[in-house]
Design a protein around this ligand. Structure first.
Ligand code: 5AD
Ligand code: SF4
Length: 429
């Protein structure tokens, strides 16, 4: 079996779940070579148009070069949104499995031309078999779906309404992962800090702060990360827990999308420029070492030159450690699909370039200040050039010369040279 995973961390975890089900129930073994696989899966993303276009060209290649009799399945968000159309356009596809139907992977395998894409399907309490691609870090879903209605975003249409996973199931899963050696857990949800709002069974309402407090009680668990929180739900209680709980890693993703209050309103994001700046300032004041990352969309329908200046102003005030920036891509079934799009493609490209250049300048300045600093690194990855890498608590990727025995250990490292995405250091004894 061969699986290609596109898109976000949520998709990575869905892939792990499918691998687990297929291994346990159908005896499949994973391979990196699709030509020798009996089953080829593509776990797709539909958040922007490009990956969707790429899907059909890739499917063509898989079909041409696959082993005789091998099945091809299309899973994930594009499966949810295109459904039957995938089999119409690529009739050799064996099944289509939506992002909210992942638990049915072993069923669709035996149903020729199955299309399972119900976005109301509730798998919030499904007991997936266990499989993790990393021994050191465990991805754990805390909710499925998304209850927001951002006008640019297709996700509520591909992953359905938000349902929280019961807290006892999350704690059991985390405890099991930690007992198997993971010292870090990575909590996943479209909107993690809206956790506890709605469950499918009879569970008392709760919130994300309480979940973090409960998870922190797991003895050998050293680090908790999560993605993505929503700026709208960043109340004082949450920021204070983030700041004071030593197990919570000091790295926060705060998806800005736009710095202009007018554009944020058109996007239905639920916050203003001032609220965002206020939250970021509170974070920086309470956690001097915090690293803040963000997502920015440029050239959203109706965005003016003044609006993009607001985005740049927020970047200058917050000085994000990481910026993921995208040109707005109109998506089907979203409210903004029919907004008049007044921005030509050259202007959109120029705006994207200005955001990216500013980010690189800020990144270089920020990185330069780290030379000589010491960080505790949790080593996770072995390169084949004699280096091992890991992350600091505040999410800096750091590599040192070393071998396998560093993996899974927390070690103090002094930074000796600066790169743009990876810093190099020496172990301090
Ligand atoms: N066009 C461009 N970027 C988008 N994103 C979501 N929808 C769109 C879209 N229609 C971006 C947002 C989100 C990230 C995962 O993808 O910035 O935070
Ligand atoms: Fe993830 Fe959103 Fe892409 Fe789906 S559409 S894979 S939820 S980023």
């Amino acid at each position: 079996m061969f699986i290609e995973t596109l898109g976000c961390a949520m998709n990575e975890r869905d892939t792990e779940h499918m691998l687990a089900e297929l291994k346990e129930k159908e005896n499949y073994i994973a391979t990196n070579d699709f030509k020798s696989a009996d089953l080829i899966l593509i776990n797709t993303c539909s958040v922007r148009e490009k990956p969707v276009a790429k899907l059909f060209s890739e499917l063509g290649i898989f079909n041409k070069k696959k082993k005789d009799g091998a099945k091809i399945g299309v899973c994930g968000c594009t499966a949810s949104h295109l459904g039957h159309e995938i089999i119409k356009r690529a009739p050799y596809v064996s099944f289509v499995l939506g992002a909210r139907n992942i638990s049915k992977i072993t069923e669709v395998l035996h149903k020729p031309k199955a299309v399972e894409i119900d976005i109301n399907y509730d798998e919030s309490e499904f007991a997936f078999k266990d499989f993790r691609s990393s021994k050191y870090k465990a991805y754990i879903n805390i909710s499925i779906g998304c209850d927001k209605s951002c006008t640019f975003c297709i996700v509520p249409k591909t992953r359905g309404d938000e349902i929280s996973i019961p807290m006892n199931l999350i704690i059991d899963e985390a405890t099991r992962a930690v007992s198997l050696g993971a010292k870090e857990i990575f909590l996943l949800g479209q909107n993690v800090n809206n956790y506890g709002h709605r469950f499918s069974g009879n569970h008392e309402k709760t919130n994300f702060t309480k979940l973090l407090q409960e998870l922190s009680k797991i003895d050998d668990l050293r680090r908790i990360r999560f993605t993505s929180p929503h700026p709208f739900h960043m109340d004082d209680e949450f920021i204070e827990e983030f700041a004071t709980n030593p197990k919570i890693c000091k790295s926060m993703h705060m998806p800005l999308q736009s710095g202009s209050t007018k554009v944020l309103k058109d996007m239905k994001r639920g916050y203003t420029k001032e609220w965002f700046l206020n939250r970021a300032k509170k974070l920086r004041d309470m956690v001097p070492d915090v690293s803040i990352s963000t997502d920015i969309i440029v050239a959203f329908a109706g965005e003016s030159d003044e609006d993009i200046k607001d985005t740049i102003d927020v970047m200058n005030q917050v000085k994000f450690e990481q910026v993921f920036s995208f040109k707005y891509s109109p998506r089907p079934q979203t409210e903004a699909e029919f907004f008049p799009n007044t921005i030509d493609s050259d202007t959109a490209s120029a705006r994207l370039t200005s955001i990216q250049e500013l980010h690189i300048k800020q990144l270089d300045e920020n990185n330069a200040s780290k030379l000589g600093n010491t960080y505790t690194v949790y080593f996770e990855e072995l390169y084949n050039d004699g280096f091992v890498s890991g992350r600091s608590d505040n999410n800096i990727v750091i590599k040192v010369k070393g071998s396998e025995e560093l993996l899974g250990k927390f070690i103090d490292v002094k930074i000796t040279s600066i790169g743009r995405t990876v810093l190099t250091g020496e172990i301090i004894n």
